[in-house]
Design a protein around this ligand. Structure first.
Ligand SMILES: [Zn+2]
Length: 217
């Protein structure tokens, strides 16, 4: 069921705040019903948009919810994205939810100048990526190597992955050497590149092939 309050990260307050919808509208709607009269019993996918205001600082938010349900039976929210203000300059649309959560925490840590937590969450993104792709090994070093041997990433991304692992390890164990802003920024951007390559571009490539196949048939 679509919501009228949301917990969002407010960039002005630097806090997660509860915001209330002051206006909302339904966007795209697609029913699996073959005839309009069957829609009530058919699965549908819909988009729902809400405009919300932070009660602390009046920051405005535009939130998109993806809904799936059957009109006469149920409705669930399958995804919820803050479209404005954009938290990330990259699209996380195709990231699995556990990866998206770790990535957003890395991003927020960076924005709050918490560079050690930032690189720790970047390392966690890689741990999550291996788990989702079912890549096993006794440690992250081995799992990253296996990502390459199983053709999920290439040699260059493997090197970037090892740097994310090493800087993440230092942040976890070396109390005397804090991670610098520049290093955290690089680690965050290399993490983004790997996630885009493995999740977003792979999905887009599959969709491109499917579109072209449909055209030919
Ligand atoms: Zn606020």
């Amino acid at each position: 069921m679509k919501k009228d309050t949301f917990d969002v990260f407010c960039p002005q307050c630097n806090l997660v705040v509860e915001v209330k919808a002051i206006a909302d509208a339904t966007g795209e709607f697609h029913s699996e019903a073959l005839n309009p009269e069957d829609q009530v019993d058919a699965m549908y996918d819909a988009e729902h948009y809400s405009i919300c205001i932070c009660h602390r600082c009046d920051q405005a938010f535009l939130i998109k919810e993806s809904l799936r349900g059957v009109p006469a039976e149920f409705e669930t929210v399958t995804d919820s994205v803050v479209l404005y203000p954009a938290e990330s300059k990259i699209s996380t649309e195709h990231f699995p939810s556990s990866i998206k959560s770790a990535y957003v925490q890395a991003l927020r840590s960076y924005k709050m100048s918490l560079f050690d937590p930032c690189v720790l969450m970047c390392r966690k993104c890689l741990e999550g990526l291996c788990k989702i792709l079912d890549v096993t090994g006794s440690n992250l070093n081995q799992r990253l190597e296996k990502l390459k041997t199983e053709n999920h990433i290439d040699e260059r991304l493997l090197k970037w992955g090892h740097q994310i692992r090493l800087v993440g390890n230092e942040a976890a164990h070396d109390i005397d050497t804090p991670v610098s802003k520049k290093d955290a920024q690089d680690i965050l951007e290399f993490t983004e590149a790997i996630l885009i390559y493995v999740f977003s571009l792979t999905k887009r490539y599959e969709a491109l092939l499917e579109r072209r196949q449909t055209l030919k048939s």
